[in-house]
Design a protein around this ligand. Structure first.
Ligand code: DMJ
Length: 623
């Protein structure tokens, strides 16, 4: 049978079940059939009992949950904790008693309550009429302590959460991320080996460039997580199978950040020249992209033929794409002593520095490859098509030893531009968010992609930039976390809209078309930076909570994790049947580093992460 035909059998993931089971021939309709087979008396009795239980449940909810907490602590698996139980034996030396459940885990599981109640209440939150009890975040007024209230009213005192996580307890959290990686890797290995992306539901794969994208993106994650066996088999594939001498069109940006970046960082971590040789090969093959009238590169390159072209419908390139390949090409020049790579990307930065059409340092989203001018002007965002321009201004400055003042000036100006034009507070709870400007009009729309910004701001402050950058980082971090907490699955949608008008009953709205989650890394990336610099344990707890929800709503039983269509429906989040390579390259890596107590594991004073989470050395440091 062709693997794709199994898509019909996708089952929903109930709380406690832990993952999608794409083997069971279980269908929703069978429940309806069974229901219809019951007698009228049986049906009436069931309905009557259900209504009675529902009323009792609502009336005594806090008491009921308190009692259940007492019963379930240390008892049978319930809700999100269920996925923890199999992990614990792996981390215990033989003969030792099992580890006690971590207090912070209890706290997190308590917040969402027992599965049955949880689903019912989550359903309620799914409607647009959210009551005062349902309010999601209460950011207190000045001078008062900050308390986060979950979307259905359960109070989590962040200070208490901090106390509950002590450094020594993180070993099992690290092991849980490794386990998630192994599960993702198993799916890739079984059904997509050597291909670009796993399609976990249909137990097959998809090709983008045909270059083993997931495998290459995941190499340094395996090294960092000390998954030696997995790394060994992946390296063997790179040595024996990976060839760039192929007649394929690749996207310059994506192949630079994932493939070139992944190979360079793996070379640095391992010292194995196999990866450097492959990096040189792909780097050289990408160079035709820069042969344009303006020297602003084309979006696509045929790495076999040595030709390049823009997309079919335009001669424009995306600003974020042409300005987020610099870390990798500069490093390639340093390693090879061939200046051509650095020269072409530096030229792009110099041109963009001089261009008109910016708004207080904020750049438009498109640039023309013929005349080198911005096009489609008037839209300013820190989301898709502009995001990593800002990230790479700061990171190039850091990579080069903080000497290139023009990069720093452009970065500082852009952050002032964000504050002046894009920063607003939501209503009723005053969450700080970054919106967009379109032809002079402010729009309270924020992509999940923007959640890289707290981490970048914190990195800047750590490197001596103004302290108020760190204040803003903390505020935005809270907002990005709320983008998860306020959803019924505890996972963020791709895009949110903030309410700004007095009288709003909730801060965040999500449009139907924006409810998907692609397993993106930006929020856990920022949590990693914020934790490294502040050591505030709440950031770890937030990351832990997000990992639990990935496990609960996106894990596929036969291996792998899947993107989902609807973060607002915990009963049927609707799998998209795709595991993006950045889930292994970035999301799980940042979670691992977040839970690691070893600040020297990829020290932020020695390495700078590219925008795909591949660490590259800071030049003046002694790595
Ligand atoms: C990744 O490829 C990179 O993080 C990029 O900068 C943005 N998009 C994805 C992850 O969301």
């Amino acid at each position: 049978m062709h693997p794709q035909s199994q898509q019909d059998y996708v089952s929903i993931s109930f709380a406690g079940q832990g993952c999608y089971n794409n083997n069971k021939k279980w269908r929703r309709q069978s429940w309806w059939r069974k229901w219809k087979q019951l007698s009228r008396l049986q049906r009436s009795l069931i309905l009557f009992i259900s209504v009675l239980l529902f009323i009792c449940g609502i009336a005594s909810y806090p008491t009921v949950t308190e009692q259940l907490r007492g019963l379930t602590d240390g008892g049978p698996d319930t809700g999100s904790n269920s996925v923890l139980k199999p992990i614990i034996p792996h981390v215990l030396p033989q003969g030792q008693p099992p580890l006690p459940e971590q207090p912070s885990q209890r706290k997190l599981s308590n917040k969402r309550g027992p599965p049955v109640l949880q689903n019912r209440l989550q359903k309620k939150g799914n409607t647009s009429d959210v009551t005062v009890e349902d309010k999601v975040a209460d950011v207190k007024k000045e001078g008062e302590e900050r308390v986060v209230i979950s979307w259905r009213g359960a109070v989590i005192d962040t200070d208490q959460a901090t106390e509950s996580t002590k450094d020594g307890e993180k070993a099992s959290w690290l092991e849980e991320v490794r386990e998630a990686f192994r599960h993702a890797w198993k799916g890739y290995k079984d059904f997509a080996w050597g291909h670009d992306e796993l399609r976990p539901m249909s137990k097959s794969y998809s090709e983008w460039f045909g270059l083993g994208l997931t495998l290459i993106d995941a190499l340094d994650t395996m090294w960092i997580m000390e998954l030696k066996e997995e790394f060994k088999e992946a390296k063997a594939w790179v040595a024996a199978e990976l060839t760039f001498n192929k007649n394929v069109d690749v996207n310059l940006f994506e192949s630079t950040i994932r493939i070139l970046g992944g190979l360079l960082s793996t070379y640095h971590l391992t010292g194995d020249t196999l990866f450097l040789d492959k990096a040189k090969d792909i780097g050289f093959r990408l160079m035709p992209a820069f042969k344009t009238p303006s020297k602003i590169p084309y979006s696509d390159v045929n790495i076999g033929k040595g030709t390049a072209h823009p997309p079919r419908w335009t001669s424009d390139s995306t600003v974020a794409e042409v300005t987020s390949i610099q870390l990798e090409f500069r490093e390639l020049s340093r390693l090879t002593q061939e200046p051509q790579y650095e020269a072409v990307v530096t030229d792009v930065m110099k041109q963009i520095h001089k261009l008109e059409g910016k708004l207080d340092g904020l750049v438009p989203m498109f640039i023309n490859t013929n005349n080198g001018q911005f096009t489609h002007q008037g839209i300013y965002t820190l989301g898709a098509r502009a995001d990593s321009y800002y990230e790479y201004l700061l990171k190039q400055w850091i990579q080069g030893g903080k000497k290139e003042n023009q990069l720093l000036e452009d970065y500082l100006q852009a952050i002032e531009g964000v504050k002046k034009n894009l920063l607003q507070k939501s209503s009723p709870n005053g969450l700080t968010f970054v919106g967009e400007v379109s032809h002079g009009q402010f729009s309270p729309k924020m992509d999940h992609l923007v959640c890289f910004l707290p981490g970048t701001l914190a990195l800047g402050a750590h490197n001596g930039l103004p302290a108020d950058h760190m204040d803003l980082a903390k505020e935005l971090m809270e907002t990005c976390y709320q983008m998860y907490v306020q959803m019924e699955t505890g996972l963020s949608p791709e895009i949110v809209h903030f309410n700004m008008y007095q009288g709003s009953t909730r801060d965040i709205d999500v449009k139907l078309a924006d409810r998907h989650n692609l397993l993106r890394p930006e929020t856990v990336e920022s949590l990693f930076y914020l934790y490294r610099f502040t050591k505030d344990h709440k950031y770890r707890n937030w990351g832990w909570e997000i990992l639990q929800n990935f496990n609960k709503y996106t894990k596929v039983s036969s291996g792998g994790y899947t993107s989902i269509n609807n973060v607002r429906d915990p009963d049927y989040p609707s799998p998209r049947d795709k595991m993006e390579s950045f889930f292994l390259g970035e999301t799980l890596k940042y979670l691992y580093l977040l839970f690691s107590d070893n600040s020297n594991l990829i020290s932020l004073d020695k390495y700078v992460f590219n925008t795909e989470a591949h660490p590259l050395p800071i030049w003046l440091s002694t790595v």
